[in-house]
Design a binder for this molecule. Structure first.
Ligand code: SAM
Length: 264
């Protein structure tokens, strides 16, 4: 959205400004009723600046589609999908303040979206699959990232999967053989080998940052969890489709959590 100039505030804008400020700080820097939610944001016009780099890979017309936005924060992507006509959009997040921001933003924008407090670990309880699952900026905040991808594949993804993760390390992708002998050690030091960096304490001052994959690892994890990569429109963003896992390639992941019991 182009920069907007601040006109003299109407009583309704004064109310909205007070509501926006009462819910600060905002991670999603949006214009609501002509008011910036996070004017000092360290990433500037975020997430809009990111969205414009990949939005054309998503269907312009989402009528007839359902959307689940996981870690929806203040609802930027939920609202964009509703604006494209999605029949139903559900945004979930664990943080009540972010959910309050999302409800306020959708209300100001006149968009009918459901926002619910729910963790990704509980998506199985939804008992519903969605045409588009959005999983942007959440993976590296989780202690068990591959389990999260497995849960999404198993329980809520029907078709499209929009994924983003912070990445660190080399961007190079190298061919990795399906198997290596015990004596092969050098391959693990190659820059294109899939690597996940574990953060024991914090990164960028944030103790909820647990893992930072390199690009090869991001792509390998998506494939391993049963997602075909359709597009990579932005360095951190992938549009995938849910693939059927062939029985022989199923991964053994915590059968007690109800996920794909079976041999690798
Ligand atoms: C970096 S923000 C990304 C927000 C938004 N998806 C985006 O891309 O702009 C991470 C979000 O994930 C939420 N989150 C963290 N752990 C979660 C969990 N276990 N289940 C659901 N949401 C979670 C946080 O509260 C936060 O809103």
């Amino acid at each position: 959205m182009p920069e907007q100039t601040q006109a003299a505030a109407t009583p309704q804008q004064q109310l909205h400004r007070a509501q926006i400020e009462a819910l600060a700080p905002w991670f999603h820097n949006m214009w609501l009723d002509g008011i910036r939610t996070a004017p000092e944001h360290f990433l500037g016009d975020y997430p809009h600046v990111k969205y414009i780099r990949f939005r054309d890979t998503l269907p312009a017309d989402m009528r007839g589609k359902t959307v689940l936005d996981i870690g929806c924060n203040a609802g930027f992507y939920s609202m964009e999908m509703k604006r494209r006509g999605a029949d139903r959009v559900l945004g979930i997040d664990t943080d009540n303040r972010y959910l309050a921001q999302a409800r306020l933003a959708a209300g100001i924008n006149g968009l009918d979206i459901e926002f619910r407090r729910m963790s990704i670990w509980d998506v199985g309880s939804l008992g519903e699959r969605f045409d588009l699952v959005i999983f942007m900026g959440v993976l590296y905040h989780l202690r068990h990232p591959l389990l999260a991808l497995d849960l999404l594949h198993e329980h809520v993804c029907r078709d499209m999967f929009l994924f983003q993760s912070l990445q660190r390390g080399q961007e190079v992708i190298e061919k990795v053989e399906p198997d290596y002998g015990f004596d092969e050690t050098a391959v693990f030091d190659r820059p294109g080998y899939p690597k996940m960096h574990f953060i024991e304490d914090r990164y960028c001052g944030d103790p909820t940052n647990w893992w930072l994959p390199n690009r090869a690892c991001t792509e390998a994890m998506l494939r391993s969890a049963g997602f075909n990569i359709l597009a990579h429109p932005e360095e951190e963003v992938y549009l995938c489709e849910r693939a059927q896992l062939s029985p022989g390639s199923e991964h053994s992941v915590y059968p007690s959590a109800g996920i794909r019991p079976g041999a690798r």
